[in-house]
Design a protein around this ligand. Structure first.
Ligand code: GLU
Length: 622
């Protein structure tokens, strides 16, 4: 069924939003946070404490835009756009800066997924920069040889076992080679400067060190780097990372081969095999098996994007090994047959919650690294399968969870069969980071990158200034699908399933939206809910991002306090939905495109301390 979408004009931000965007005061001064713009329909409040001057969550204008969680990173990207670089160049520069200022979420020790709209060809392309397991990994990677059972998560996380071969440097080089106009040394220069000269520590940085300090303290390399004087750097102090500046300079000079086939790679393999454990710790740190050959074998391949038609719009996302594109896409296909009306938000949110539970059941049963397991992607994204799944949704009753996966076999009639087997759960976190960039030529980047947990494995490469990921804990430690095969068990060279969902929406072949978020498995629901808010419920993009979130993932359901206190939240709970309260879900960034090159850049007003949106030439929609 085709519905008319409630896409209001992009130029619907308030005057306060625009005023904030037009004034970009100098760095480092601190002002009291102004009322967050774009929150007219949300219960969001201004960020606690101070925010740096110039850090605003919404900006509108022309010539390209950057939205990240961080002021320095957004400035780095904007500087590239102003100096003639394109969106790809700016995305790499911003990501490299996040490696300095948001090092507990992302960096060259991790991986990610880069989704790109190329204005010249009108095509959406993607790069898979996911980490790989070493060749020596087996299905038992996270099975404790003594007990025979899965390792506790924390033991697996803080170990060499969990470290995958980093994909981020290869992603940057691949993106620049394919679509960029700047060289890697040029794109790394802004971040190298921030690392060398330092930046002002914000509360997010301080608290992320504090939350990890027991772990960081157990590695000599990490405590030297992030616990100077034995304590987390104070908010408001200046923090520099000269080791990382030198590492970026090495990559600039020798290329990413320094990491994949050179001295830096040898140091990474050594660190994984012999983590630099502090002499006074009693933490058991299991070594990993990564070798220089594993690094040399790494590739960040181009992959076909996922695609669904959602009420006439083309929604592109990231395919396997991410489950982002397939799960967002399947849920949208399911929602296409539902009545989502802004007049009855409770009914719309009921459909959204049920559709995402159904799509998660299928994700858990069928999605893994498609290079190693058979993923029925076309069927998962087919309208026939979605319609079969959708007929389980009852507008008047709540589905009993967990729901069983469906059977995406191409034979769709009635309500279909259910596949056997329970559905595995998935952790959620607040690590990872997403950035969205556009340029004056109309190119668009949606890029999500991560080191998995906040702080990754906790292990920094000695004297190199960056943390190693714990991405391999995204594998299931033990089979989750009963008698059915589990697509996400560890294996040699395998990429763990991700939830990262960098997404680009085209309207009649032209970009309409670009978005993404951190948050583990909640990434999928954050992107999905924002799309529903924007496309179906008539919110403008700042409101769609700020609105209180609810995340239904079949084996777990959570909601923010503001959602539970909203009339819709209360109505859904009264209907029988069960949501555990969680302080925050996600930290999104997004762009919306209007006519004649107009762009609205949006970041979180409050979550994770609020993000930073900027445009090259601020101004109102003409
Ligand atoms: N490692 C997670 C994934 O790829 C993201 C981590 C997080 O956002 O907490 O899905």
């Amino acid at each position: 069924m085709m519905r008319r979408l409630a896409v209001a004009s992009v130029a619907s931000a308030t005057a306060a939003v625009l005023a904030a965007a037009l004034v970009v005061p100098p760095a480092q001064a601190y002002v009291r946070a102004a009322s967050p713009p774009g929150t007219t329909t949300s219960l969001a409040e201004a960020p606690a404490g101070h925010v740096p001057a110039g850090k605003v969550p919404v900006a509108e204008g022309y010539g390209g835009a950057v939205s990240t969680v961080d002021l320095d990173a957004t400035r780095a990207g904007l500087g590239v756009l102003r100096r003639g670089g394109n969106a790809v160049d700016a995305a790499v520069a911003a990501a490299a800066t996040l490696g300095v200022t948001e090092p507990f979420s992302a960096g060259i020790g991790g991986g990610g997924f880069f989704v790109y709209y190329d204005a010249r060809s009108g095509e959406v392309r993607t790069i898979d920069g996911r980490e790989t397991a070493p060749a020596a990994a087996t299905e038992e990677l996270f099975i404790d040889p003594e007990s025979g059972g899965p390792l506790p998560f924390e033991q697996a996380r803080v170990s060499g076992l969990s470290v995958g071969v980093p994909g981020t440097p290869a992603t940057w080089q691949r993106a620049l080679d394919e679509w960029g106009t700047w060289s890697l040394p040029q794109a790394l220069a802004p971040a190298t400067k921030v690392a060398a000269e330092g930046f002002v520590v914000d509360e997010t940085f301080r608290s992320q060190v504090a939350e990890n300090s027991d772990i960081f303290d157990d590695f000599t390399s990490t405590s030297e780097l992030y616990l100077p004087g034995g304590a987390p750097p104070a908010a408001g102090s200046r923090f520099s990372n000269p080791d990382l500046a030198r590492t970026y300079a090495l990559l600039a000079k020798q290329g990413v081969g320094a990491l994949y086939d050179g001295p830096l790679g040898a140091e990474i393999a050594r660190t994984v095999q012999q983590p630099p454990v502090a002499p006074d710790t009693d933490r058991v740190v299991r070594p990993g098996a990564m070798t220089a050959a594993d690094l040399a074998a790494y590739d960040a391949p181009l992959r076909a994007p996922t695609h669904v038609d959602y009420a006439g719009l083309d929604v592109y996302g990231m395919g396997p090994p991410s489950s982002g594109g397939s799960t967002v896409g399947e849920a949208l296909n399911i929602l296409e047959s539902q009545d989502l009306s802004a007049d009855d938000r409770t009914a719309a949110l009921h459909a959204y919650v049920e559709a995402s539970a159904l799509a998660f059941a299928d994700r858990n049963r069928y999605v893994g690294d498609a290079d190693q397991v058979d993923v029925p992607l076309d069927e998962l994204l087919s309208q026939g399968f979605a319609e079969e799944r959708a007929c389980q949704i009852d507008p008047d009753a709540v589905l009993e969870k967990p729901v069983a996966p469906g059977v995406p076999d191409g034979q769709y009639a009635g309500c279909g069969e259910e596949a056997p087997g329970p559905t595995g759960g998935q952790r959620e976190g607040l690590s990872t980071t997403h950035l969205t960039v556009s340029d004056r030529w109309g190119n668009v980047v949606a890029y999500t990158l991560t080191i998995e947990a906040t702080g990754g494995s906790g292990i920094a490469v000695p004297d190199r200034g960056f943390l190693l990921n714990n991405e391999l804990t995204d594998f299931n430690f033990a089979p989750t699908q009963g008698d059915a095969p589990d697509p996400n068990l560890p294996g040699p060279g395998k990429r763990p399933r991700s939830s990262m969902s960098p997404t680009i929406v085209l309207d009649d072949g032209r970009p309409l939206l670009a978005l993404g978020s951190p948050g583990g498995a909640t990434i999928i629901t954050t992107v999905l809910q924002t799309l529903v808010n924007r496309l179906d419920l008539g919110m403008n993009l700042p409101d769609a991002v700020a609105a209180p979130r609810v995340s239904s993932r079949n084996t777990a359901s959570q909601a923010e306090p503001a959602f539970l206190a909203s009339p819709e939240g209360e109505a859904l709970v009264a209907k029988g939905h069960k949501f555990a309260e969680i302080p925050e879900i996600g930290a999104e960034t997004a762009l919306e495109f209007g006519r004649h090159g107009f762009v609205q850049a949006v970041a979180e007003p409050t979550r994770r301390g609020g993000g930073s949106a900027m445009v090259v030439r601020p101004g109102p929609d003409r």
